[in-house]
Design a protein around this ligand. Structure first.
Ligand SMILES: [Fe+2]
Length: 204
């Protein structure tokens, strides 16, 4: 028997739209910190090229090309972590009828991504995250063309610098990064999940 309180909580689901859980948070970091990250992205030689091209286009696979860096502890790591933890606090009210406060104790690590002209990431699901995970993307700059984050092959998120995009990592949110047509796109990415035995990266 479901209590009245629970009924009122879960009745909210019946009127929800999947788009309601793609959360955008603008102006995440102060200008001096944001520019410090951008300067680092433009100057570092640490990006490694990643390419995957095959004919098996489905949402289990991630085809495309880009550069990435897994951040290690240090100044840029701290700034990116600050941006993501700010986002985590902002999204708890969206889920407070489902999960306890401070549910997310695990993160995948923080990655800087660089897409140059022609780079893209094909439509995929973040199946490698655990079922309750949230994907967070911190878009660093917006002085490029193309490269939008797009859901369901139709719902395009406008590019905006210093902005977080947060969404469930689950099956219902296939997404892609459209090809960059001009300039260079910098972003950071992580996945937050619940703490479980065997997970070895905790940063919350
Ligand atoms: Fe993804």
């Amino acid at each position: 028997m479901v209590s009245t309180r629970e009924e009122s909580q879960f009745s909210r689901f019946s009127s929800l739209n999947l788009k309601d859980f793609i959360i955008t948070i603008p102006n995440v970091l102060p200008a001096d910190e944001y520019f410090e990250i951008l300067d680092h992205c433009e100057q570092t030689q640490d990006f490694a090229r990643k390419e995957k091209h095959n004919n098996d286009e489905n949402t289990l696979n991630q085809n495309g090309s880009r550069y990435d860096i897994e951040l290690t502890p240090g100044r840029i790591y701290d700034l990116i972590r600050k941006a993501f933890l700010f986002g985590l606090d902002e999204v708890y009210p969206y889920y407070d009828y489902l999960i306890p406060k401070e549910f997310y104790h695990y993160c995948s690590g923080y990655w800087l991504l660089k897409y140059i002209e022609g780079d893209y990431l094909s439509c995929h699901n973040d199946f490698d995250a655990e079922s309750g995970s949230l994907t967070m993307s911190y878009l660093i700059n917006d002085d490029y063309e193309g490269g939008e984050l797009q859901f369901w092959k139709e719902y395009k998120i406008p590019n905006e610098k210093n902005c977080l995009h947060i969404f469930p990592s689950c099956l219902l949110y296939p997404h892609e990064v459209l090809p960059i047509t001009k300039g260079t796109r910098y972003s950071a990415i992580t996945w937050f999940g619940a703490q479980r035995p065997g997970m070895d990266k905790r940063d919350i």
